[in-house]
Write a protein that binds this ligand. Structure first.
Ligand SMILES: *[C@@H]1O[C@H](CO)[C@@H](O)[C@H](O)[C@H]1NC(C)=O
Ligand SMILES: *[C@@H]1O[C@H](CO)[C@@H](O)[C@H](O)[C@H]1NC(C)=O
Length: 129
């Protein structure tokens, strides 16, 4: 069920991107800015951390206000790794467990109204090459 919701949200984002240029959106599109983790952050697999984002610029009407989710992004690619789902966007934070990864630089993508990714930061994973 959650998976379907995530797919639906992804498709929604994709069609939004496809239509982005010529269409004038009547509703507000809000891209919450991720505050933490940021450049210079170092996480270790298995740790728990609060991901935080800016909420002061939220519009009155938010599409998908309680259906936000966070994906792990590696370089230019969004991975299918979900760090959190069913997020209430106005909370401005959600606690996540750092997944088991190969040590490297990652970023997070917060999907709400739209997709918005944060800075690259380091995860010290369970395997380091
Ligand atoms: C995340 O924030 C909440 C609320 O401030 C706090 O209770 C919790 O301990 C924090 N979690 C971590 C892992 O820091
Ligand atoms: C992460 O990025 C920094 C800055 O670009 C780089 O110095 C470092 O080698 C990278 N670390 C890994 C494990 O890729």
């Amino acid at each position: 069920m959650m998976f379907m919701t995530a797919i639906a949200a992804l498709l929604g984002v994709a069609s939004q991107v496809a239509n982005a240029a010529p269409v004038h959106e009547t509703r507000d599109v809000w891209d919450p800015r991720i505050l933490y983790p940021h450049a210079g952050t170092v996480w270790y697999s298995g740790q728990r951390h609060n991901v935080t984002w800016e909420t002061s610029d939220a519009p009155k009407q938010i599409t998908g206000a309680n259906g936000g989710f966070i994906l792990l992004r590696s370089g230019e690619y969004e991975t299918p790794v979900v760090l959190a789902h069913d997020i209430t966007l106005l909370d401005g934070r959600v606690e996540v467990t750092v997944p088991d990864v190969i040590t490297g630089n990652f970023s997070l993508v917060l999907f709400g109204d739209s997709g918005n990714w944060g800075d690259d930061f380091l995860i010290n994973g369970v395997i380091t090459f």
